[in-house]
Design a protein around this ligand. Structure first.
Ligand code: AMP
Length: 225
């Protein structure tokens, strides 16, 4: 069975960190819509130009645009064994579109990372990223380097991690993304995890949650089959 996973949670909850660890351990791709948009900005494409203005304000790009990107991405061969969505869906309309894209396939597993707003503000304002390769240096890694350990480029504050933009992103999350919990929470494949712990502890909790979800799905299939 393919592992079709949504890492869900507010900005700064650790979705990217955990998605990247799962990508390594499970060998399935992490698909970050934020990274896809930042790459477009970096490349200076028309999509990048449109997205940059919206991202810098902390708002969401249109459902139509982002669903189109995901629809294309999920057509590629590398998602045959599954995928980890990081930053998508972010609205109920996107979640409905995702269900439609995946119709007839393996079930969607949703892991929510719960972190209080006070920790998120602190995490995001102390996070730094490489302006070249996008490597992230989080608050739990200690003092961030000024030069990227990966590629040697400058490590900077992400333009949308400035305090005012962070507050707007959290407001947008509450308003447009939080309603997805109600959309997903009755599914047997939904699990909520305390994300306000060390990355290693969160990772262990995610692995346990995935094991329990997959056991439930297999049991349901046996009883149906
Ligand atoms: P992230 O790196 O996931 O925090 O995303 C950075 C920014 O990209 C967000 O603040 C949005 O402006 C945009 N973005 C990323 N994913 C989505 C999405 N699923 N829907 C709309 N906008 C998105």
């Amino acid at each position: 069975m393919a592992l079709n996973l949504v890492m869900f949670g507010p900005p700064g909850a650790g979705k990217g960190t955990q998605a990247s660890r799962l990508e390594q351990s499970r060998g399935i791709p992490q698909i970050s819509t934020g990274d896809i948009l930042r790459e477009a900005v970096h490349a200076g494409s028309e999509l990048g130009r449109q997205a940059k203005m919206i991202m810098d304000k902390g708002e969401l790009v249109s459902d139509e645009l982002i669903v189109g990107i995901i629809r294309e991405r999920l057509r590629r061969d590398d998602v045959e064994q599954g995928f980890i969505l990081d930053g998508f869906p972010r609205t109920v309309a996107q979640a409905v579109a995702l269900d439609e894209i995946l119709t007839g396939g393996d079930p969607l597993v949703i892991i929510e990372l719960n972190v209080p707003d006070s920790s998120l503000v602190l995490r995001l304002s102390s996070r730094r990223v490489c302006g070249q390769c996008g490597a992230t240096y989080g608050s739990s890694d200690g003092e961030p380097p000024s030069i990227c350990a990966n590629c040697g480029a400058d490590v900077v504050l992400r333009s949308d991690d400035q305090k005012e933009v962070v507050l707007e992103r959290l407001r947008v999350y509450q308003e447009q993304t939080q309603p997805l919990v109600a959309f997903y929470q009755d599914r047997v494949t939904f699990r909520s995890i305390d994300g306000n712990q060390s990355p290693d502890t969160v990772q262990t909790a995610i692995v346990a949650a995935l094991d329990s979800v997959l056991a439930v799905v297999r049991e349901e299939r046996l009883s149906v089959g």
